[in-house]
Design a protein around this ligand. Sequence first.
Ligand SMILES: Nc1nc(=O)c2c([nH]1)NC[C@@H]1CN(c3ccc(C(=O)N[C@@H](CCC(=O)O)C(=O)O)cc3)CN21
Ligand SMILES: CC(C)C(=O)C(=O)O
Ligand SMILES: [Mg+2]
Length: 275
Amino acid sequence: MSVSATVKALTPPDLVARKGKEKIACLTAYTTPMARLVDRHCDLILVGDSVGMVVHGLPNTLGVTMDMMMMHGKAVMRGAERTLVVVDMPFGSYEAAPVTAFENAARLMAETGCGAVKLEGGVEMAGTVEFLASRGIPVMAHIGLVPQRVQSFGGYKVQGRGAGREKIAADARAVADAGAFAVVLEKVIEPLARDITAEISVPTIGIGASPACDGQILVIDDILGVFTDFQPKFVRRYAQLGNDAEAAISAYAADVREGRFPAAEHCFVESRNKT
Ligand SMILES: Nc1nc(=O)c2c([nH]1)NC[C@@H]1CN(c3ccc(C(=O)N[C@@H](CCC(=O)O)C(=O)O)cc3)CN21
Ligand SMILES: CC(C)C(=O)C(=O)O
Ligand SMILES: [Mg+2]
């Protein structure tokens, strides 16, 4: 992004203005070429810490570092012109104290050029959301299933059933009141997602939280069929790129072994006029 950019990027206030009017389409991306594609069709790109699982082969998001988020954040910014780019704050970079959170969020914003950060947590993180938001860092909150706490939760379970309902409603109110410009609701039961969406004044972005939300987000590798280690119930697969990639790789290897690749058009000879 540069000051002379001709295309103006969407801002957090632009997305807030869409609530109740137009659905907000969001996807994750981690690389420049994918960011370019998503940028043409979506409103928001999340550089999710899911990158640790889908790109780096980690078992969960706990091992994701600031360096990884910085590097993928920069890569995505090189491909994004009109979407709002949000970078996930990794586990350990924001929970201990608002000042630590500010220092890490400011680094992400300053060094990647992203438009906002996202952090996981509700009532207990509201003070930090307020600290950042009041100091110029737009914050997207993330409540319900919070993957960075998978060890405490004992799995990626549905949220908001029974007694858990009031806790998540309180989380939504707390982060919205603290100044979050949007709230991700992950794997939250539909009636609760509907009530929260009606109650708070900023957009809810659902992932496994029903069409009642103001927008939706999924992990790009899940919708493309690139990541297939597991498939959450909330994912819809729009392509089978993993299968296509395997077929291509297998055909290439067979061509090399059988002498069908390279062919004449891939070879260089003495004559001028040819590159
Ligand atoms: N590829 C990918 N997609 C995601 O949506 C995603 C990540 N990675 N990494 C970070 C978090 C982790 N999330 C997850 C991970 C697993 C499930 C899952 O397996 N859900 C199962 C049931 C598991 C259980 O009940 O314990 C499901 O059917 O939804 C859901 C969300 C969402 N995020
Ligand atoms: C799934 C989304 C909401 C996320 O936090 C991520 O990709 O890390
Ligand atoms: Mg995340």
